[in-house]
Design a protein around this ligand. Structure first.
Ligand code: PGA
Length: 255
């Protein structure tokens, strides 16, 4: 049975005290997690040790970084290595978020390098993909996202992919209040699964957790998560409020 995951991406929000309170409130309302229904919290770098310490002794809830360096160590001012993240208590790292691709010009080659670096260090990867509005309007979203997947992960073997989760986030739905319909999400998730199957076969594709991201809320999560190929969500804005995040988690645990 493949894993379902709800992951919260705080982006560049919340100071240390605010983050501590949010994690406390999430933990106090959390229930229903299992080995196959898990939660990931991705705060900014400076929170990671604190968040990981708060999650110590809990099960099926993990800390993630939102980014990492593609280099192992050395003279790269301002960068954070995967080994540092692991030692601070992170178990996951988000790679290829559309904001990293767009604002920080991270291309397919650098994202594949970051993914290799993370996997070799022992971090699990949430690899993001998704098309901009003009691609969706032009009707070539399947080809566009398929190419992101091929460039990002085809270089890894099936064993390595066991430590990788895909997040499909249509850029036009991120932070806009405009959600993909459950049919649009299901269609793309099934396409992504077929792209995985083409390279690795059906067994690997069926095991791959594929999250949906983009204006996911407690109100629309049940319908999105009911789609057969949608295995949970990567949540931005709604992950900043314990009540909303817990509502989305409840939509996953109810399935
Ligand atoms: P959103 O962001 O939920 O605020 O739309 C999702 C994301 O960027 O991961």
């Amino acid at each position: 049975m493949r894993k379902k995951i709800v992951a919260g991406n705080w982006k560049m929000n919340l100071n240390l005290n605010e983050g501590k309170t949010l994690v406390q409130n999430i933990l106090s309302g959390l229930s229903g997690l299992t080995d196959n229904k898990q939660v990931v919290i991705a705060p900014p770098f400076v929170h990671i040790a604190q968040t990981a310490a708060q999650l110590q002794g809990t099960s099926n809830i993990f800390t993630a970084a939102q980014n990492c360096s593609s280099e192992a160590s050395g003279a790269y001012t301002g960068e954070v290595s995967t080994d540092m993240l692991l030692s601070a208590g992170a178990q996951y790292v988000i790679i290829g978020h559309s904001e990293r691709r767009e604002y920080f010009k991270e291309d397919d080659a650098i994202l594949a390098k970051k993914t290799a670096q993370a996997l070799s260090t022992g971090l699990k990867v949430i690899f993001c993909c998704g098309e901009p509005l003009e691609v969706r309007d032009g009707g070539t979203q399947n080809e566009y996202v398929g190419n992101q997947i091929k460039a990002g992960i085809y270089g890894f073997n099936a064993d390595q992919l066991q430590n990788l989760v895909i997040a499909y986030e249509p850029i036009w739905a991120i932070g806009t209040g405009r959600t993909a319909s459950s049919q649009q999400a299901q269609d793309m998730h099934a396409h992504i699964r077929s792209v995985i199957a083409n390279q690795y076969g059906n067994v690997v594709a069926e095991q791959m957790t594929i999250l949906y991201g983009g204006s996911c809320k407690p109100s629309n999560a049940p319908e999105l998560f009911a789609c057969p190929d949608v295995d949970g969500g990567l949540i931005g804005g709604a992950a900043l409020k314990a009540e909303d995040f817990l509502g989305i988690i409840a939509a996953m645990t109810a399935i």
